[in-house]
Ligand binder design. Sequence first.
Ligand code: NAG
Ligand code: NAG
Ligand code: NAG
Length: 837
Amino acid sequence: TYRGIEAGKVLFLAFPKLHTGVCRYPLGMSGGQIQDEDISASSQWSESTAARYGRLNFEEGDGAWCPEITVEPDSLKEFLQIDLRSLHFITLVGTQGRHAGGIGNEFAQMYKIKYSRDGSRWISWRNRQGKQVIEGNRNAYAIVLKDLEPPIIARFVRFMPVTDHSMNVCMRVELYGCEWLDGLVSYNAAAGEQMSLPAYSAYLNDSVYDGAVSHSMTEGLGQLTDGVCGLDDFTQSHDTHNVWPGYDYVGWTNESFSNVEIMFEFDRIRNFTTMKVHCNNMYSRHVKVFRQVVCYFRSEADWEATPLSFSPVEDVENPSARFVTVNLANHMASAIKCQFYFADAWMLFSEITFQSDTAMYNTTLAPPKSGLTPDTQPKDDPTHKVDDSNTRILIGCLVAIIFILVVIIVIILWRQVWQKMLEKASRRMLDDELTASLSIQSETFAYTHNQSSTTSEQESNSTYERIFPLGPDYQEPSRIICKLPEFAQSSEEPVQDGAPHYAEADIVNLQGVTGGNTYAIPALTMDLLSGKDVAVEEFPRKLLTFKEKLGEGQFGEVHLCEADGMQEFMNKEFLFDIPEDLPVLVAVKMLRSDANKNARNDFLKEIKIMSRLKDPNIIRLLAVCIYSDPLCMITEYMENGDLNQFLSRHEPEGQLALLSNAPTVSFNNLCYMAAQIASGMKYLSSLNFVHRDLATRNCLVGKNYTIKIADFGMSRNLYSGDYYRIQGRAVLPIRWMSWESILLGKFTTASDVWAFGVTLWEILNFCKEQPYSQLTDEQVIENTGEFFRDQKRQIYLPQPVLCPDSLYKIMLSCWRRNTKERPSFQEIHRALLEIQP
Ligand SMILES: *[C@@H]1O[C@H](CO)[C@@H](O)[C@H](O)[C@H]1NC(C)=O
Ligand SMILES: *[C@@H]1O[C@H](CO)[C@@H](O)[C@H](O)[C@H]1NC(C)=O
Ligand SMILES: *[C@@H]1O[C@H](CO)[C@@H](O)[C@H](O)[C@H]1NC(C)=O
């Protein structure tokens, strides 16, 4: 589920399909995918502050990496180094100091980054203005994320603390990005030139090139691989960069060259499918897409004799910049040399990407990268594969022999007891089927947990590999960033602004047990809650009659049941609500008996918390069955079902409803229901509970338009379209989620307020339309990026026909970019009570 996810994980989840996705996945310091041996340092203060403790959000050892001696101004001796084992595209870094449960108070106020692709040539990172020093932490606990503009393409990264006075420094870090599937290690070309325009000059040099630059550029990567596409008008640049005209492009003129030769070197021999060149085509300024390109391939020592040539169609109608795709026809190469011919006086490129077959084919041909010292050889270095093959044959033989033996044994057994076997087998198959469908379920919830939680450990360890398919979807990180060019501003925003620092790390994760959540609760509140004992009674299981399945999660299900004799179990305050002697409708959350211990503990915790929630607008826990398995939690259910279905069946009052004879709900009653939701949320937020899935589908309707907020989890088939399924696994209600929940993984009361705005919108539309129904899931996520950038390009949900301006204003205030500017539930509740049609 999307609940209880660390910031990084959501970045991860949020963009899977935007292939795309903005490449901002945590690379494994906090998640543990980076092995201890791949984290090293210049020195360590003690064994318990060794490099391996420099993992973001980890509290092991003494809580961070600390170098041996005090860091002095201007001495750049100390560093924490991470080996990613292969080239990665790194877009974001996170740092944190040493907190160690309050004992530590060391952090790096500033740091620099160095990186290397081969382990020998180290390059100092600078931002687009040439500045090397990055502002770091201000305290020992908060995580500070900084976008790397330009991004880094490297295998090795060093964090080097910098200070302005001598001080003790400790660091925990994380890198965010994705694997660099282009495999490009460097490009060499003639240096870009300067174009004189009537009023000024455009500087078409490669301003972020990280190799040597004199007359030509060698051994580096830069503007052509920074993931930022130039604009149609090359003299303009993305405003955030604050740079000179022509910044995003590298350009050459036919005055100096007959053609431009660019040589591309790759990490190994690859099977190339295409090359995409992002070209400017502003023909009014004599800039055009190249007329022809001729490419030569080198796989071993020599260049192939026959080059490949391609001529795009000349376009003098459309001046927009575009990607020109060159088919590389499955040539095998570790280097490609392309000559681009002029179609006009100028040729301007801003990005070049390569698509190659990333599957493991005969990689033994790949020469080990020069400069790699033996001890930095990647574990999975292709050259090791040779030895592997023998082992594999051996293992293959053994497996075959075992298989034959098994077959023989089976045949013997079959003869003797085939009848029994058959019976058993068929039973087992049934079981397997069940387990299989369950495990699919469980994958859906694999993201539930952070370190503080719950569900099985294996799942978390494998998430990294899993979500990293080397499929074509992930080949072009740069493309996506082209889509979201200025995504990179969050640098000023520490992850946990506003929230108390424990909130993110210590959220007690109660969700996922039944797929329904309860609510996310900061640990402090938990302590308050655990003061008293559970005040709910055991209910005799046999008095429950199953009616319908409402939802389902990793370890459990939610059933709609009738309960006989429930009246005895309910507090007096409920009694007036319920006719005597009739069976009562209840929702029963059930923990499967095969659930693991963690899930059981969580379930019991959930009971404890639910039993404390007492508000007329929150679903109440009525009773439990915990004396025997399966554990059950019996909560109220209301006769009119959920608000979404309820409103879908109804029409606004008016002519149309009269004609169709449909049941109606008056505007006042809509407001009344909305106010009750706000009131319930006011109660939850007063306890610091975050709901995370507020929507009409999670509100129940009783008699006389009474509303109670519930949570059925995300697996109700009826609403599967409301959740964004990531690679068929994690699910997120993205259409209800605030931008910061999607992009930063922050779930707070303010993000509940956002969801409330969407819920209000649903209500005013009588739930006849899904929010943003005209947008695809991917477009919704892109729109989230627009909310983040806040350049007036974001799309808001439109004002519903029925909705007066005053009410729409409330919705809009819920969707304010700045969380602090959103109203509280208290304010919303008050405002709703004052609404007049
Ligand atoms: C590119 O041109 C700009 C503007 O003249 C200059 O400031 C910058 O140093 C140049 N960059 C390189 C890498 O040559
Ligand atoms: C390159 O990839 C294509 C498509 O996957 C495949 O058909 C072709 O055989 C590969 N070429 C080599 C030399 O492996
Ligand atoms: C450069 O291209 C322009 C436009 O095609 C042409 O007029 C000019 O003669 C070319 N210059 C050279 C040196 O080839």
